[in-house]
Design a protein around this ligand. Structure first.
Ligand code: URA
Length: 248
């Protein structure tokens, strides 16, 4: 990050106000830098070392935010959409100035772990196919899922477009049955993220995913105390683990 930046840019980024509102606050003497009233809201300051206060409240500057969301069904993993609500629409308005975006996509009908950030570099690293960041999904699948499927996924399967997947790890939690209308319950860990990959891997072995939820991505696991649609900031230890995960 640059050492000094325009004060109004920093304050706008922190959601304190628009440039014109900041001009007004400046005129009213509400903004101080290191205890001195600001005359020009365009002045250069160093947000790491200069103490900025607005109406007496210190402004704690940060460039990036990192959020974990429990994505519900019915919303799209995008920042804008003409038809549907997006995951960004679900966030608290305090995050609006940060311009966060989802790191990768979950289908509209998929639930679970979704990372949102404005840290483009971290997102790029996590999504890079070369980094093989594991993603684990819980799914309900019609109908019986068995050893043959586990072995097929362990080899890699051919998707409908001819792409051969990397090996995936299938754990069968319960074996379903069509006669009693009970889907199988499984967990699948994959190292890549092709479009509809989990659904298409099951399609490749003649089965249908009827419910899909992502439960982890790299070192991060969905916080099950988050209700569907809720999100929270990553803890420091989670962020460190995430950074280390894509550096290996
Ligand atoms: N695989 C899918 O099929 N859908 C998702 O949303 C994620 C992985």
């Amino acid at each position: 990050m640059k050492q000094t930046q325009r004060l109004d840019k920093i304050l706008a980024h922190m959601g304190i106000g628009t440039r014109s509102e900041l001009k007004r606050l400046t005129k009213g003497g509400a903004i101080l830098v290191n205890g001195v009233k600001v005359k020009d809201s365009g002045m250069q300051v160093n947000p790491d070392t200069d103490l900025i206060t607005v109406n007496g409240d210190p402004v704690v500057y940060r460039e990036f935010v990192y959020l974990m969301m429990n994505k519900p069904q019915g919303v799209v993993s995008a920042t804008e959409d003409n038809r549907d609500r997006t995951v960004v629409d679900l966030l608290d308005s305090a995050y609006s100035p940060f311009d966060v975006f989802p790191v990768g996509r979950l289908d509209k009908d998929t639930e679970g772990f979704l990372l949102l950030t404005n840290d483009g570099k971290l997102a790029h690293n996590l999504l890079s196919p070369r980094k093989h960041v594991p993603k684990t999904y819980f799914a309900k699948v019609e109908w019986e899922v068995g050893e043959a499927d586990r072995a097929a996924f362990a080899q890699g399967v051919i998707l409908d477009d001819g792409y051969e997947t990397l090996p995936g790890t299938l754990t069968i939690l319960s074996v379903g049955s069509e006669s009693v209308g009970q889907p199988s319950e499984i967990e699948l860990t994959i190292m890549e993220g092709k479009f509809h990959q989990v659904k298409r891997m099951f399609q490749a072995v003649g089965k249908t995913v009827v419910y899909l939820k992502r439960i982890s991505m790299g070192p991060l696991t969905l916080d099950e105390s988050l209700a569907l649609g809720d999100s929270r900031e990553l803890r420091e230890d989670e962020l460190i683990a995430l950074r280390n995960a894509h550096e290996v």
